[in-house]
Design a protein around this ligand. Sequence first.
Ligand code: SF4
Ligand code: SF4
Length: 477
Amino acid sequence: MSSTDQTPERLYVAREPIFPRRVSGKFRTLRWWLLAICLGIYYLLPWIRWDRGPNLPDQAVLIDLANRRFFFFWIEIWPHEFYFVAGLLIMAGLGLFLFTSALGRVWCGYLCPQTVWTDLFILTERWIEGDRNKRVKLWNQKWDFRKARLRLSKWTLWLAISVATGGAWVFYFADAPTLLWQLVTLDAHLIAYSTILVLTLTTLILGGFMREQVCIYMCPWPRIQAAMMDEDTITIAYRDWRGEPRGKHRKAEGAEALGDCIDCFACVNVCPMGIDIRDGQQLACITCGLCIDACDEVMDKIGKPRGLVGYMALSDETRERAGEKPRSIWTHVFRTRTILYTTLWSAVGIGLLVALFVRSDIDMTVAPVRNPTFVTLSDGSIRNAYEVRVRNMQGAPRDFAITVTPSDQFTIEIEGAEDGVFTVPPDVTELKRVYVIAPPGSAPATAQTTAMRLWLEDLAAAERAFNDTIFHGRTAQ
Ligand code: SF4
Ligand code: SF4
């Protein structure tokens, strides 16, 4: 309660609806292009076919959860290669740090799904209800047939976009044409329908009704990025030393003392966040650049130089106020922090590329059987058992042999493979029980542990993989 008038403090302020006006200019054009590219990739990617032979899916990008594999064009990631996914996530994080530190909230303004879908929803809203003035009028008028018709048309279109968005997501997890047929014939798994439902509702609510509230109240990124930006970060600002004192009446007495800002509110009316960039740096500003386009349009009309609102580094403010030229953009972009991020990003990227090109398409993991640690055979030999997981990452069956080194100290037996050779079907992981035997009285049989190496060999391709493990002798507990 307020100490003076006892009026309860309001913890939640009702949302003021925002009706962004249409604007054109270079940043708007750039955003249209990015919107088309992002949506095009998202909706079309699962439909690109990629021939991988008879045993693998023909989908270029597929997250195969059932077989725990990820397909990306010619690259196939197996579960034991999760470090590729981890590496890509690290690169995405470092890339975000790099771009935020150099160019502020470019992610928020141009590529974030919330921004892209909100832009699409605003576009359809404008298409059905008209530009800002018509939408404001419609909002304020009483409900009648026309208002109901326009609202219903808009919501129907929003719902269609939302269903398409949720629907496209599930196509990344199964063969898209098959799943589409299953969905329309009501033959798909319940999980597919529930995923589409959840994503449809979230897209509709977040993109259609909550819009800027997601950025201001729900997303943690605006708070985190404050730690990544500094005075050299290029961001959007209003050049108040040029614009102030603002005023509309250019021809009035004393108008010559006014700055370049004619207080037309064009920059405010186009802002999807409903803020006034002239109030200074704000958490709500996603740096979408639309206020730059709007103000440049106005400056062109009144014959003043563009850039009253524009990208700039705050460290240039003093120079600009003094009428000096700002430093080159590269001076701001290339600094210790961004060079460090670029170096780390490149190092992880090069590491992943090297790992991708040197990886073998056979692989094994070895797990010693501990219960019991060893068995003494009737002739006094000591035998250890191992669970060997063999991966054939090719699209054809392959014959494998498992051997052991040092070969003069051990012999080997493979369960189910009398001659020591076994076949693994294409693209599967097979579990084999392998016995390693040390002769009676030999060094490994009497030592507590002996290091040894198990080899997996593709007999046709002469390709090998190995795994180091331990042999337990009879002194082991
Ligand atoms: S103030 Fe300008 S850059 Fe920031 S969100 Fe609004 S229109 Fe976009
Ligand atoms: S668009 Fe430019 S001139 Fe108009 S109010 Fe905004 S800053 Fe001032």
